[in-house]
Write a protein that binds this ligand. Structure first.
Ligand SMILES: [Zn+2]
Length: 355
């Protein structure tokens, strides 16, 4: 704890630079080797400086310290051999790991899809995790970190799984691109319930890689869900200025799912309702909504926002022998899948520039 106190004094005594730049990311080496240095935020808004036993500390700016060492852990989470601790204007700390790109993709595969699933499904997951990550690296190239390690981006943890690593290696040169040859921000979700939705319907301005009807996940009986709560509770949590006399109006669009609710002058897109009542309660766009004397009842099928690849549909497809490429073509009909002749490193040189 003595070390922590010293570090804290160090931070308090030095001024905070508003736009810190990672001095170790010099242009010459980083630009040619994107894959060696994806920066993942493992912890955010820590109240205290993270004390990582066994690490060597080096200050690189007023508000940033590098922690290096072997087998480092913090709060039971494995860290990288090189990490940054950043003190932010709100006086909290972020811990950011510098991770080899393929290690990162394997770590995402291991957390975003059950490792018990067939390798072919994990390969599809590896391609979309890679494509999504590359778009974020591009967007955030001048920022301190590229990706969060939670649902904000993709869930990640270091993995020893040979199967996850194999899925990455076997798809090493495969990425998805949009019709304008830009790397696709490939969205994915657990279970579409029979129909995927345009990404732009979930996120304004998102590129639509196309939609798919999905007979594969539709076979699952277990993906039906119901969420009911008292009418009082429902309207209270909507925080309307007064309890409306009229019933809620619903509007359906994409293939007969409820997309938004309107009452009096208030308008609630379904994603907003999911935020308010919980993503695991209203699991996706409901198929029906009923309001009676005392209760409101939502019913639906599937889980997740519904854009891009459907993981349960992927599982069913590979089980009947479809390849990961066929799966990707099905869920991203407007995307291009780069072929194996293309060197990913060349794509990177052209499309991505590191600071
Ligand atoms: Zn599906």
């Amino acid at each position: 704890m003595k070390t922590a106190a010293l570090i804290l004094i160090f931070f308090v005594q030095t001024s905070f630079a508003q736009n810190p730049v990672l001095s170790s990311q010099s242009s010459s080496s980083a630009a040619s080797n994107v894959f060696s240095s994806v920066r993942i935020r493992l912890f955010k808004d820590l109240e205290q400086f993270p004390v990582v036993y066994g690490s060597k500390m080096k200050s690189i700016s007023d508000n940033m310290v590098i922690l290096e060492g072997q087998k480092l852990t913090f709060q039971n989470k494995i860290l990288s051999t090189k990490n940054f601790v950043v003190k932010k204007p709100n006086h909290k700390y972020d811990l950011i790991a510098v991770v080899d790109f393929n290690t990162y993709v394997a770590g995402v595969v291991s957390k975003e899809m059950p490792l018990s699933w067939p390798l072919e499904a994990l390969k599809a997951q590896a391609v979309i995790a890679r494509s999504y990550a590359l778009t974020k690296i591009q967007e955030r190239q001048n920022k301190i970190f590229h990706l969060d390690n939670d649902q904000m981006d993709q869930v990640f943890a270091f993995t020893n799984s040979e199967k996850a690593k194999k899925a990455v290696v076997l798809t090493d040169q495969v990425i998805l691109k949009d019709s304008k040859n830009r790397i696709l921000k490939a969205f994915y979700h657990s279970d579409c319930g029979g129909q995927t939705v345009p990404a732009s319907q979930i996120w304004k301005g998102a590129y639509d890689a196309g939609t798919a009807t999905d007979p594969w996940c539709q076979q699952r009986k277990s993906n039906e869900w119901t969420y009911e709560l008292s009418k009082d509770d429902f309207y209270q949590r909507l925080r309307l200025s007064e309890r409306p006399e009229d019933k809620l109006e619903v509007s359906e669009d994409f293939k007969k799912r409820i997309q938004s609710f309107k009452v009096a002058n208030a308008f609630f897109p379904v994603q907003k309702l999911r935020e308010i009542f919980g993503f695991s309660e209203i699991r996706n766009s409901p198929l029906t909504f009923e309001e009676n004397q005392n209760l409101v009842v939502f019913k639906g099928k599937g889980y997740g926002h519904g854009a891009g690849l459907c993981q349960w549909g992927t599982l069913a497809q590979v089980k009947i022998g479809r390849s990961y490429l066929q799966v990707l073509e099905h869920y991203y009909p407007n995307a291009n899948i780069t072929n194996s002749a293309m060197k990913l490193s060349q794509v990177m040189m052209k499309d991505l520039v590191f600071n």
